[in-house]
Design a protein around this ligand. Structure first.
Ligand SMILES: Cc1cc2nc3c(=O)[nH]c(=O)nc-3n(C[C@H](O)[C@H](O)[C@H](O)COP(=O)(O)OP(=O)(O)OC[C@H]3O[C@@H](n4cnc5c(N)ncnc54)[C@H](O)[C@@H]3O)c2cc1C
Length: 416
């Protein structure tokens, strides 16, 4: 039996495009990704087969604008679609997000910003190169921004630098937690542009460069044996004086910093994976208590009031999380109001924390046999723990921002 959509198209008033894409993703992920997920998790290997299927299903170009030959999904449509993938394989959904981000930033997001005509024309010429690679060659993009310090949290300039030289840039630095490391064709590196070696790095000069995985000086280092999201293969990347030509820019110099500050909802794109995991943990619990999990004896546990109460609690948490998340992604636009931004942080916090809370309730409620590695629940539990750690909007930083913004208006201090 096919699973029900996470967001029923009629109840949540989805557009035809959203209904079609979510159904396409759900069918693909339920049929192909779910059975492969245990192996990628156990071996901590990249879901290469899933990427072949995503390419075949036309989904690699989901956020490439229609005018460029892609599907043209906007931020909300992409998020709804990705949640259906996260439900069946968290690692595929999370890595897919890194790939899609390169098209979202350069597509829907920049299309909704007021660039001057000359910058817009340059941007369109640049992005076309990348879109062709995705659509014609099936190229996969990663998005390494984390460096282990305050840059990924948005407080400092990136330590990875791109020094301007004749015909291009020389990239030097280290990225940690680079999902798709060793498996992406291009690394969409966020780094700081320098026009001379002694220039002071500034966040305003953040660059977004597509570094080919095969470029000289690119190295994948370190091992990968984490708690969860094991199939993301988020190893470290070294860039040792890597030359890339000018056309490697995913957007013109100076544009990224403005886009990142004007489009905060973009940082919510890490949540759909975890929205899907939350739904999966709930679905598993219902099936388990009804004695309907394939491969398990058909023992019913649904008649116990304590289990009914726990499922009720999970449902309340899931409904609340879905509702706030859906509202937040529906409001996504440049320069959101403070109220809208606070809802986005709240939604991010709720999805990331509640996915794990629902998974832990699921384990307690289903009982001992439910956490055996032969069943998906323990993987959902481990994968769901990772969401709160993801910068720049970790669960802690969301609370931090919410508390401050709730109590202070712009310019207010307590120094009298
Ligand atoms: C499964 C998985 C996949 C990932 N994939 C990617 C990827 O593809 N690309 C990528 O770029 N990153 C990725 N990440 C990394 C992620 O986004 C974070 O950058 C990473 O988890 C941070 O680790 P850390 O140990 O540096 O964190 P922390 O030490 O918690 O944070 C780093 C810095 O942020 C600041 N900071 C953190 N918390 C606070 C706080 N409460 N108040 C003030 N400052 C704070 C501090 O300066 C701190 O040193 C992935 C992470 C996971 C778990």
């Amino acid at each position: 039996m096919t699973d029900q959509p996470i967001f029923d198209p009629e109840a949540w008033k989805l557009t035809d495009k959203q209904a079609e894409l979510t159904a396409r993703a759900r069918a693909l992920a339920a049929e192909k990704f779910a059975p492969r997920a245990p192996k990628y998790d156990r071996e901590a290997t990249f879901p290469t087969e899933n990427y072949r299927d995503l390419a075949e299903a036309g989904l690699l170009g989901i956020c490439i604008p229609e005018s460029e030959g892609g599907i043209g999904a906007d931020l909300k449509t992409y998020m709804l679609t990705a949640a259906e993938i996260g439900r069946y394989c968290g690692a595929t959904a999370l890595t897919f997000n890194m790939h899609v981000s390169s098209c979202l930033w350069t597509g829907d997001l920049l299309d909704k910003l007021d660039l001057d005509p000359e910058t817009r024309a340059r941007h369109h010429a640049m992005r076309r190169i990348h879109y062709r690679r995705v659509l014609e060659e099936g190229a996969i993009y990663a998005q390494p921004f984390s460096e282990g310090g305050a840059a990924a949290a948005g407080f400092k300039a990136f330590g990875t630098t791109a020094l301007k030289v004749d015909g291009g840039w020389r990239v030097t630095g280290k990225k940690i937690f680079a999902s798709l490391a060793g498996h992406a064709d291009y690394y969409g590196v966020l780094c700081t542009a320098l026009h001379s070696p002694d220039e002071e790095p500034s966040r305003r000069n953040t660059m977004y460069l597509a570094v080919p995985a095969t470029a000289e000086g690119v190295k994948v280092v370190g091992d990968w044996d984490p708690l969860g999201m094991r199939g993301t293969v988020s190893r470290n990347l070294l860039f040792e004086d890597v030359f890339v030509p000018d056309e490697a820019q995913l957007m013109p110099e100076g544009v990224y910093a403005a886009a990142a500050s004007r489009w905060p909802h973009m940082f919510m794109t890490l949540t759909p994976t975890y929205m899907g995991l939350a739904q999966a943990a709930y679905d598993f619990t219902v099936a388990y208590l009804r004695g309907e999990v394939p491969g398990m004896p058909p023992v019913k546990r649904r008649m116990y009031p304590t289990k009914q109460l726990a499922v009720a609690q999970m449902r309340v948490m899931l409904e609340a999380t879905k509702a706030v998340w859906f509202q937040a992604i529906s409001e996504a636009r440049p320069d959101p109001s403070k109220d809208s931004l606070m809802r986005a942080w709240s939604a991010q916090y709720m999805v990331m924390e509640n996915a794990n809370e629902i998974a832990q309730l699921a384990i307690r409620t289903c009982g001992g046999q439910s956490m055996l590695r032969s069943l998906p629940l323990e993987r959902l539990y481990r994968d769901s723990r990772c969401g709160s750690l993801m910068l720049p909007w970790t669960a802690e930083l969301c609370l931090d921002k919410l508390g401050r913004e709730a109590l202070y208006e712009p310019g207010e201090t307590d120094d009298d």
